[in-house]
Ligand binder design. Structure first.
Ligand SMILES: Cc1ncc(COP(=O)(O)O)c(C=O)c1O
Length: 356
């Protein structure tokens, strides 16, 4: 049996989702006539405490549509250097919207330095720099190992941005994981930002889809941008139906994934050749590195070898570069799978002569 820890995007739809998809009432959503999409959008707005919501096929499209809706051509968007928007979205906001990205260092917990934000903001009075229109943040933070920004941190970022008349967009691909880890309703996190994207297709296990939420005026603009990006779908209720089940049935269980991730992290910490900070594992992502006999991180090539060997032993994981390995827990995996994964990783370390 393969234990796939590469991402929570590998989750398969639950039986209830398949049933809901089969039975979904549908219509042409470009005419606004798909009742299931409309219901999902109302539910997403209600759960996040925002005025309106928009169903988009992917998180990437949701983030790009949001940035395009907030910024005009030549207006800058501030992003963290480790953010998904900056690193993994093909520079879409800049390429498609003509908005230059101003990049700020991200700390180990996914937080952005307020002094760096402040010194980087341009009000447009200097003709050399693009005026700043938007600050993007990420919660939970993927590349930082699923770390979360709490209410105080969000409030600090929000008030700083607003004091300079800058809007805040949150890439909340895994915001329900962040909310579960913090023990707060997702609406209290969403309240701290002007707009947010969250994914139905990750920990919430829907096969396809993400949501963008914000004010009615913002969603009106994001809707237009979705169309520009080719994201106007027709009988999308088929997939929206699974999204409704995701919001109604899959949120509560995320705490299980977090428990499994901690179990995995503690097990890994028992192996002397694994470099890991278990205290930073608060959601469903764990980052770690493998050390060689000189206590140095494996090179990229060696990391790929390690992952290939782990695959032979039945465990799939990914690399984030610089010797960092990422494992993600999710629906479909249980505590026994964590034990099996740990045993397979142990055998991999032995194969690579890193453990006796
Ligand atoms: C933090 C974050 N934002 C956005 C996305 C984009 O989502 P999608 O793969 O649906 O485009 C991802 C996907 O992995 C992500 O981890």
């Amino acid at each position: 049996m393969i234990i796939d820890l590469r991402s929570d995007t590998v989750t398969l739809p639950s039986p209830a989702m398949r049933e809901a998809m089969y039975r979904a009432e549908v219509g042409d959503d470009v005419y606004g006539e798909d009742p299931t999409v409309n219901r999902l959008q109302e539910l997403a707005a209600e759960r996040t405490g925002k005025e309106a919501a928009l169903f988009v096929p992917t998180g990437t499209m949701g983030n790009i549509a949001a940035v395009l809706a907030h910024t005009g051509r030549g207006e800058a968007v501030m992003v963290g250097d480790q953010s998904h928007i900056y690193r993994y979205e093909v520079g879409g906001a800049s390429t498609l919207g003509g908005s230059p990205m101003y990049v700020i260092p991200t700390d180990a917990n996914g937080m952005l330095d307020s002094r760096k934000i402040e010194t980087g903001i341009s009000d447009g009075s200097d003709e050399h720099s693009a005026p700043t229109a938007l600050l993007c943040i990420e919660n939970s933070h993927n590349r930082c190992g699923g770390t979360v920004l709490n209410l105080e941190q969000l409030e600090a970022l929000n008030s700083l941005a607003h004091s300079h008349s800058i809007k805040v967009h949150m890439d909340g691909a895994r915001i329900f994981n962040a909310a579960a880890a913090l023990g707060v309703p997702v609406s209290s996190l969403a309240q701290k930002v002007d707009s947010m994207m969250f994914c139905l297709s990750k920990g919430l296990s829907a096969p396809v889809g993400s949501m963008v939420v914000g004010s009615r005026e913002f969603i009106y603009k994001a809707h237009r941008m979705r169309k520009v990006l080719g994201g106007g779908m027709r009988q999308a209720g088929i997939i929206a139906a699974a999204g409704i089940v995701a919001l109604e049935q899959m949120v509560e269980r995320l705490a299980e994934d977090h428990e499994h991730c901690k179990q995995l992290a503690h097990g890994l910490a028992d192996y002397p050749q694994i470099e890991i900070d278990v205290d930073r594992v608060v959601t469903n992502i764990v980052n770690f590195a493998v050390l060689n006999t000189q206590q140095q991180r494996l090179t990229h090539e060696e990391t790929l070898q390690f992952l290939a060997k782990a695959r032979e032993h039945g465990v799939l994981m990914g690399t984030m570069g610089e010797g960092t390995i990422r494992a993600v827990t999710h629906y479909g995996l249980d505590a026994r799978d964590m034990q099996t994964a740990l045993a397979a990783i142990r055998r991999t370390l032995i194969d690579m002569q890193l453990l006796l």
